[in-house]
Design a protein around this ligand. Structure first.
Ligand code: AMP
Ligand code: MG
Length: 532
C-alpha cells in the first residue's frame, strides 16, 4: 500500500478545458490533464532507497517491484490526477513559444514525514498535448543518464531534482541519435523524477509572451504560497524578494556546477528551475581534461553557447528573461533589480568560497590583486591557466592536492607525484610546464604554512570539496552498454559508488580513473545530442 497522491498544483491552478490528448496550443491554463500511455512489459531496474524512505515508500528494489506498474504509467496510484505542465522558453537565445511537458507526466504529490510536499513525475510516459513532433518517450540510454546523474549530483551536494525509479518498458523507441538519417530502434525506459516543484523560468515566460497576466498572477500566487512561504512582505516587495531568492539559489547551483566540473549542455530557460535545482538531464557532460570551452552537446557545437565557462553568464541572461516575465506582475518592475544585482555577487562569493575549500585556503581576499603571485587569489587563476596549458583531468588534479607534502621545500618529485596521474599526456610535459606547475605547487604549500589551519582540518575540508568520483561520461556509457544488453551490474556498481563521492572507495577505484583512450571520440562519451 502506498500513500495517497495529492495535487495542490491542479487544485490551485487553471486547467486546459480540452481533455483529448492531441498536440495543441494550450491557452489560459497551467497544465492539461493527460494519462500516461501504457507500456508493453515494464521492468523495474533501479530504485532509490533513501528517497523512497523519505517518501514513505518501500525501501528496497524487491519490495518496490509490486509498484512497477505505477512507475511505468500502466496503473494510476490512488488519488492521482495526472497532468502535463504548460510552459515556454528561450532555446539557444531565441524565444521558442510553447514547449511544455512533452513526455513528462506528473502523477501528483506525496508528503514526507516532515510534511514537505514532493511532486512525482514520469519522464517518457507517452505523448501529451505538448509533445510537438516528439513521441513522448525516452530511450534507456538517456534515462540511465538522467537517473544516475540526478543521484550523483544529489550526493555531491549539488541542488538537483531527484530520481526515484528507472523502469524499462519493453517497447522500442526510434531515434536518430545524431540527426544524420540513421534512425534506429532503441529500448525505451521511464524515470520517475522527484522535486518539490518542476516550475521553470519558462512556466512564467509563456504567460508574459501571451500577455496573459491573469493566469500568470495565479501561478505566481501559487508559487509564492507553496514554495516561498518563508518569504514575507506583500505586493511588489514580496515579488522582489522571491525573485532575489531565485537569483541567489541559481547562483549557488551554478557555483556548484563550476566546482565539480558539470556542463549542463542545454541551459534553455525551460530547463531552469525556479528553485535553483539542476533539472532536465539531457546532453550534459563532465569535464575530463579541464577546458572551459568544452560542451558535450553536438547540437550546440557551432555557437557553444552552453560551454562550461559560459554557464555563469548564461544563467544571468536566463534570470533577465525571468525578470521580464515577472515585470508585468509588478506595479514597479524596479523591485526586480535587486535580484539581478545579487546574482553576480552571490555567484562570485560562492565560487570563491568553494574554490578556497578546493585549494585548502582559509578564505580568498576578494580585494587582493589576482596578478600578484604572493596573494592567495593568484593561486586560483594560475591553477586554471595551468590546467588549460596541457590536458589535465580536473577531478584528479584537485583531489590530489590534499595529498601534497605540505612543505614548499619538498623535492620536485615529491611535489609533482600526486598530480602526475592527472596529466593526459605525461610524455609531452616539457620543462617549462613542470617549472610553472612547481612554482604553483610551492606557492600553494607556502600559503598553507602561513595559515593556522591544522593539516588534518585542511585535508578534510579539501576532500569534502574535491570529489574523488564523478559520473564521468565514459562511465555512464559503460553502464548504458551493459544495461542495453540486459546486464545491470555496472549500473548498480556505479550507483553504489556515486552515493559517497568524497570517500575513498577502494572497491571502486576503477571509477576514479581518467578517461581512457577508447572513449576520447566515442559517441555518448564525448559527443551527445538532444536526441534522447
Ligand atoms: P529538452 O530540450 O529536453 O528540454 O526538450 C524541449 C522540449 O521538447 C520539452 O518541452 C520536452 O518535453 C519536449 N520533448 C523532448 N523530447 C520529446 C519527446 N521524445 N517527445 C515529446 N516531447 C519531447
Ligand atoms: Mg526540458
Amino acid at each position: 500500500m502506498i500513500p495517497e497522491f495529492e495535487s495542490s498544483f491542479t487544485t490551485a491552478l487553471p486547467a486546459d478545458a480540452a481533455r483529448e490528448n492531441q498536440r495543441r496550443q494550450v491557452e489560459g491554463a497551467c497544465y492539461s490533464y493527460v494519462a500516461p500511455t501504457p507500456v508493453a512489459a515494464p521492468n523495474l531496474i533501479a530504485w532509490t532507497p533513501d528517497l523512497a524512505r523519505t517518501l514513505q515508500l518501500p525501501e528496497d528494489l524487491e519490495s518496490a517491484a509490486p509498484l512497477t506498474a505505477l512507475f511505468a504509467g500502466n496503473e494510476a496510484p490512488r488519488g492521482s490526477t495526472p497532468w502535463a505542465a504548460c510552459y515556454g522558453g528561450h532555446q539557444f537565445g531565441s524565444w521558442a513559444g510553447q514547449l511544455g511537458d512533452g513526455r513528462a507526466i506528473s502523477l501528483g504529490e506525496l508528503r514526507d514525514r516532515d510534511g514537505r510536499s514532493w511532486e512525482l513525475q514520469l519522464k517518457g510516459a507517452g505523448p501529451t498535448p505538448y509533445s510537438r513532433r516528439g513521441d513522448g518517450r525516452a530511450v534507456l540510454r538517456s534515462s540511465i543518464r538522467e537517473y544516475l546523474c540526478s543521484e550523483a549530483m544529489h550526493h555531491l551536494g549539488v541542488p538537483t531534482t531527484r530520481a526515484l525509479s528507472l523502469v524499462t518498458t519493453g517497447d522500442a523507441v526510434r531515434r536518430d541519435m545524431f540527426y544524420d538519417g540513421n534512425a534506429q530502434d532503441e529500448p525505451g525506459a521511464i524515470v520517475c523524477r522527484v522535486a518539490p516543484s518542476f516550475l521553470r523560468f519558462g512556466s512564467f515566460e509563456i504567460f508574459a509572451a501571451r500577455r496573459d497576466t491573469d493566469t500568470a498572477q495565479k501561478l505566481l500566487a501559487y508559487m509564492a504560497d507553496s514554495l516561498f512561504a518563508h518569504i514575507d512582505g506583500t505586493g511588489d516587495q514580496r515579488i522582489g524578494r522571491i525573485f532575489e531568492e531565485i537569483c541567489r539559489s541559481t547562483a549557488l547551483m551554478i557555483a556548484h556546477w563550476m566546482r565539480v566540473g558539470f556542463v549542463h549542455g542545454v541551459m534553455n530557460t525551460d530547463n531552469m528551475s525556479v528553485l535553483g535545482l539542476t533539472i532536465d538531464y539531457g546532453p550534459y557532460g563532465w569535464l575530463d581534461d579541464y577546458d572551459p570551452n568544452w560542451t558535450p552537446n553536438t547540437t550546440d557545437a557551432q555557437g557553444r553557447r552552453y560551454r562550461f565557462g559560459h554557464q555563469p553568464a548564461v544563467a544571468g541572461w536566463n534570470l533577465e528573461r525571468l525578470a521580464h516575465a515577472f515585470a508585468p506582475l509588478c506595479d514597479d518592475p524596479g523591485v526586480l533589480a535587486a535580484g539581478l544585482e545579487a546574482y553576480p555577487q552571490a555567484y562570485e562569493a560562492h565560487m570563491l568560497e568553494m574554490y578556497a575549500a578546493k585549494l585548502g585556503i582559509a578564505a580568498f581576499n576578494r580585494d587582493s590583486d589576482p596578478e600578484n603571485p604572493h596573494e592567495p587569489l593568484w593561486l586560483l587563476g594560475e591553477a586554471q591557466r595551468i590546467l588549460v596549458a596541457t590536458p589535465t583531468d580536473m577531478t584528479l588534479f584537485y583531489r590530489a592536492l590534499s595529498t601534497l607534502p605540505p612543505d614548499e621545500n619538498a623535492s620536485d618529485e615529491a611535489l609533482l607525484r600526486p598530480i602526475e596521474d592527472a596529466w593526459y599526456h605525461p610524455d609531452s610535459i616539457d620543462t617549462a610546464h613542470r617549472e610553472r606547475t612547481l612554482t604553483w605547487l610551492r606557492a600553494l604549500t607556502h600559503a598553507w604554512r602561513h595559515e593556522s589551519t591544522p593539516a588534518k582540518t585542511r585535508t578534510a575540508r579539501m576532500n569534502a570539496a574535491n570529489p574523488k568520483y564523478v559520473l564521468r561520461n565514459y562511465l555512464a556509457q559503460l553502464a548504458i552498454d551493459a544495461s542495453e544488453s540486459g546486464d545491470h551490474n555496472t549500473l548498480n556498481q556505479l550507483y553504489d559508488c556515486i552515493q559517497t563521492p568524497y570517500d575513498d572507495q577502494p572497491q571502486h577505484n576503477d571509477f576514479a580513473a581518467k578517461r581512457p583512450q577508447w572513449a576520447e571520440n566515442r559517441p555518448g562519451c564525448s559527443m551527445l545530442s538532444c536526441s534522447s
